[in-house]
Design a protein around this ligand. Sequence first.
Ligand code: E4P
Length: 214
Amino acid sequence: MSLFLDSANLDEIRSAMELGIYSGVTTNPALLSGIAPSEQLEHLGEIARVCRRSLYVQVQHRSPEEMERQALTLVEIAPGRTIIKVPMSPEGLKAAQLLTLKGVPVCLTAVFSPLQVYAAALAGAHSAAIYVGRIEKRGEEGLAVLRQSLAMLEAGNLPTRVLAASIPDASTLAAILSLGDLDATIPFKLHQELLDHPGTREALEQFAGGPPED
Ligand code: E4P
């Protein structure tokens, strides 16, 4: 069970990674949209240096061949610890197949149903990013999609990891983490909430008398 930070902001990544609780960073084109396209590769390299652990990077092309070509460049950002995100679509699945044949780990992203997770697993994907919050915005049950996906992968003895993504709040995160063996990625705002509790603050204020004198 691993936790990732969903961010492309270097300050956020630095302060979260220092705590030693994250297995890496997930990014997507929206998170990188503030960076000029010509500078994104360099920025991702900087993220890789700061995060030092796994880095999820998404391709932005449409055809399987272009996705494969871009992925082969992106994977060099941090060899051995970069996972390539490709969109859940026929083109994405074709790209996933081409990349997994070359030993590149692939995450199918923008996944909304257990059957899409199953397709990702059959394509040999390392993981499938299930967009829990967006599923719920559509009036469907994000947790049910996660639960059924986990059951399906287990029944088929398929090694693909479930990556719970688009997590809206701390209570949904807690519910997700009690579902079973899955990974989750959270935005910085949720990272801040993760560590905070009024009871802890109150207790720490009581202890704040200062260290004993020598
Ligand atoms: C996951 O890898 C995605 O980057 C992310 O969780 C999407 O979240 P959003 O729905 O808040 O954009």
